[in-house]
Ligand binder design. Structure first.
Ligand code: ZN
Length: 417
């Protein structure tokens, strides 16, 4: 039987593999409150590279958290954003694979392949009525050709990765996601419809799909964009998925995966209402903001902990360009708003925490400070045992912040409220 992802799932990220239990505690709390949420630990190749960890460490973190807290529900380990070139070390420890084919979007498949696909879509030309979308879609052959020209090769590539994984792990032993979020242009709901048609044509048993939405999803800070337009696109995608499951025979539990970059508070409410309206499932991935809660906990611990937090900032400030480089398209730092390292050295633990914690109602909250520290985990990684020993020494106060952040600011507004 195929491994089947539950209706609601939540992707947790953890740079230093120290907060497995604190993260799982948030999921347990959600379940106690009536939201059946399944935890998925994810960590991308980019993060492994910067921190110097191996994919197997995420499996170790998940297994030991589950054992320690006696979690008896399902849980998964997601090889986030992989392609054929980097997948090898992820194969054994992962059971959820996010096939990233963004690099192939916009590159055309062969003319014969496109023509054959467009032919198969013949019965979806003209007026297509989709439950939940007022007026439905008016589809022309040119539209299908254009969508195929842009996306078909990417889907063929996803097929290659999937078949490689299926031969290595056995096709029933993992969950498949296709991600297209790390690209320039958002996908429209009508593109989504024919992307799903191509995925079905490729025989890809995906359970989640991650489109790019309108607006900016910067790492660790709130959504920037037109919330109404986002809500419309999100609801239309849900309607398209329902339609595609019935029409194309895709997996019954197929659902959207939102690569949130964490903390998209402005759209959590609309997402919550939309999934309930459509009876839809949802997977939400967060980025590694758990690491920022570690810094908050260290700062609040004072003394040595606060010293480490301040030193991370001082170094991050001098290495801003280097740290921001890999994240250039997903951060937006106003350098004029960054406090000087000497100012920060004079702050109390509370002042440091207030500037960093994502509480937009707090006057001291500084989104530039937060974003720089978010990409500054490389500095902490370089501190090595000094940093991870501090995580152990101040475990209690850090864990409290990690759990509260995930439960109160994320899981609750998305799945419960
Ligand atoms: Zn992503």
């Amino acid at each position: 039987m195929m491994m089947t992802l539950e209706k609601y799932s939540f992707g947790l990220g953890d740079r230093f593999t120290h907060q497995g239990r604190a993260q799982l505690a948030a999921v347990i709390k959600a379940n106690e409150q009536g939201a059946k949420v399944t935890p998925v630990w994810n960590k991308s190749n980019r993060e492994h590279g910067i921190v110097g960890t191996e994919p197997a460490s995420v499996r170790g973190e998940a297994d030991s958290a589950v054992a320690a807290l006696g979690w008896d529900g399902s849980y998964y380990v997601d090889a986030d954003h992989i392609g054929l070139k980097i997948v090898e070390p992820f194969i054994e420890p992962s059971d959820f694979f996010t096939l990233d084919v963004a690099d192939f979007i916009g590159k055309a498949a062969s003319a014969e392949d496109i023509a054959a696909f467009v032919d198969k879509c013949n019965r979806y030309l003209g007026a297509v009525s989709v439950e939940g979308i007022e007026g439905g879609f008016d589809v022309t052959k040119e539209m299908v050709e254009q969508i195929a020209g842009k996306y078909l090769l990417a889907i063929r590539e996803a097929g290659k990765i999937y078949r490689y994984l299926a031969s290595a792990k056995g096709e029933d032993n993992f969950i498949t996601e296709v991600s297209m979020d790390e690209t320039d242009q958002p996908q429209t709901p009508i593109e989504m419809l024919f992307i799903l048609a191509a995925i079905a044509d490729e025989g890809l048993p995906i359970q989640t799909i991650a489109p790019k939405f309108t607006g900016r999803f910067n790492k660790g800070v709130d959504y920037v964009g037109d919330v109404e337009q986002f809500t419309r696109e999100f609801e239309q995608d849900l309607a398209v998925i329902n339609y595609a499951v019935k029409q194309f025979g895709l997996a019954e539990n197929l659902k959207l995966s939102i690569h949130s970059g964490s903390d998209k508070f402005a759209i959590y409410g609309p997402m919550n209402r939309a999934i309930k309206k459509f009876g839809a499932g949802l997977h939400v991935k967060t980025a590694g903001t758990t690491w920022l809660e570690e810094l908050i906990g260290l700062a609040l611990a004072g003394d040595e902990g606060l010293g480490i937090a301040e030193r991370v900032y001082r170094q991050a400030l001098t290495r801003c360009d280097e740290l921001c480089g890999p994240y250039a398209t997903v951060i937006d730092i106003d350098e004029g708003r960054l406090p000087s390292a000497d100012d920060v050295a004079g702050w109390s633990g509370e002042e440091f925490a207030d500037a960093l914690r994502h509480d937009q109602a707090c006057e001291s909250y500084n989104r530039s400070f937060r974003q720089l520290l978010h990409v500054g985990y490389k500095i902490a990684a370089e501190m090595g045992a000094e940093f991870t020993d501090a995580l152990d020494s101040y475990e209690q106060i850090i864990a409290r912040n990690v759990t509260e952040n995930i439960y109160e600011r994320h899981i609750k507004p998305i799945f419960l409220d």
